[in-house]
Design a protein around this ligand. Structure first.
Ligand SMILES: Nc1nc2c(c(=O)[nH]1)N[C@H]1C(S)=C(S)[C@@H](COP(=O)(O)O)O[C@H]1N2
Ligand SMILES: [Mo]
Length: 320
């Protein structure tokens, strides 16, 4: 399992990261080419598909990384959900560049001993950054494998010292109406709000995320800072956060408010519980080609060994 990554890591000793990453994608592109009718040509992937933005280097955390092939930079930055910019998968790539990222501060407050407003540069430096390759599984039954850069959210939460009243963490996303066509259209109740139970938020897998592919997050993926909760459906992973609030009561999140019969607070990936309008038993891996077989969805998106204990004694069909 580690072996595959060792082979990938070798070339990094002699070539810049962007080159060996591109080469790996190039090789994967060749392997997939006979089936991937809808995909861009490998040559194009090698030249145009480079990570961009400021470099944000960090060592890989192998313990928390999957060994599955990563999706291309292009997949991860052009097939997005970020409803502030519209409901189309291409809308975030088209419009998110209009978002103002500088200055950017995040308020961390509520049931904490040290409420604080931190500048994004200070947040980035609060704990050592690591790269983690996580599966992301959307409730729409597609998935990707993504190399994120960040650190466990628990470091930031420990920094502000939660009080005994801190039972839930509420994440609030930026609202910039002029830059966000979806906000003007009123698709959801803005701001986008998500939440976790305190023990979920403190789990080491929950990543406060600043980068992608060794570079700062592009706007469409939630710049300058988002959260990633790999065992839950993608919508729990709020983008472009401006506030992290600790409180005693379970919050009503944006998706619970919009469609309570379809989206619960927990949103743990569970192939045995269909969405009211479609099955959750399988998923389509983005970038695997037009005729690739769907893959079986795993309980907790494959992270059961690490997180199942958080839900002992709960009925995951009722608490979906
Ligand atoms: N602010 C905000 N965060 C959001 C969303 C959104 O619409 N707005 N969509 C969520 C959903 S449904 C998914 S699947 C993931 C997608 O992240 P990605 O586009 O970086 O792959 O972001 C989540 N975070
Ligand atoms: Mo999603």
């Amino acid at each position: 399992m580690r072996h595959a990554w060792k082979m990938d890591l070798d070339p990094s000793a002699i070539t810049p990261e962007s080159v060996w990453r591109a080469r790996r994608r190039f090789l994967r592109g060749v392997a997939l080419a006979p089936l991937a009718l809808g995909a861009s040509s490998p040559a194009r992937a090698a030249s145009d598909d480079q990570p961009s933005g400021l470099a944000l280097p960090a060592p890989r955390n192998a313990q928390w990384s999957t060994n599955e092939p990563v999706n291309s930079w292009r997949d991860i930055t052009t097939y997005n959900n970020f409803y502030e910019f519209g409901t189309g998968k291409g809308d975030p790539a088209r419009y998110a560049g209009q978002m103002r990222l500088d200055p950017w501060t995040v308020r961390i407050d509520g049931a904490v001993r040290h409420p604080v407003t931190l500048d994004i540069d200070d947040l980035r430096k609060l704990a050592p950054l690591e790269e983690r390759i996580y599966r992301l599984r959307c409730v729409e039954a597609w998935s990707m494998v993504i190399p994120w850069t960040g650190y466990s959210l628990s470091h930031l939460l420990a920094h502000v010292e939660p009080t005994e009243d801190a039972k839930y963490v509420v994440f609030t996303t930026a609202v910039q109406p002029k830059a966000m066509p979806g906000v003007q259209e009123g698709i959801l109740d803005w701001p986008y709000v998500e939440g976790l139970r305190m023990d979920e938020a403190m789990h080491p897998l929950t990543l406060l995320t600043f980068g992608l592919y060794g570079h700062e997050l592009p706007a469409q993926d939630g710049a300058p800072m988002r959260v990633i909760v790999p065992w839950k459906y993608g919508f729990k992973s709020g983008k472009s956060l401006t506030r992290i609030h600790l409180q005693a009561t379970q919050p009503t999140t944006s998706w619970m408010r919009a469609a309570p019969q379809e989206y619960g607070f927990y949103a743990n990936v569970n192939p045995a519980v269909p969405h009211p309008r479609w099955s959750q038993a399988t998923e389509r891996r983005i970038g695997s080609g037009l005729f690739a077989a769907r893959i079986s969805t795993q309980l907790f998106n494959g992270y059961a060994k690490s997180v199942a204990g958080l839900y002992q004694g709960m009925d995951l069909r009722r608490d979906f």
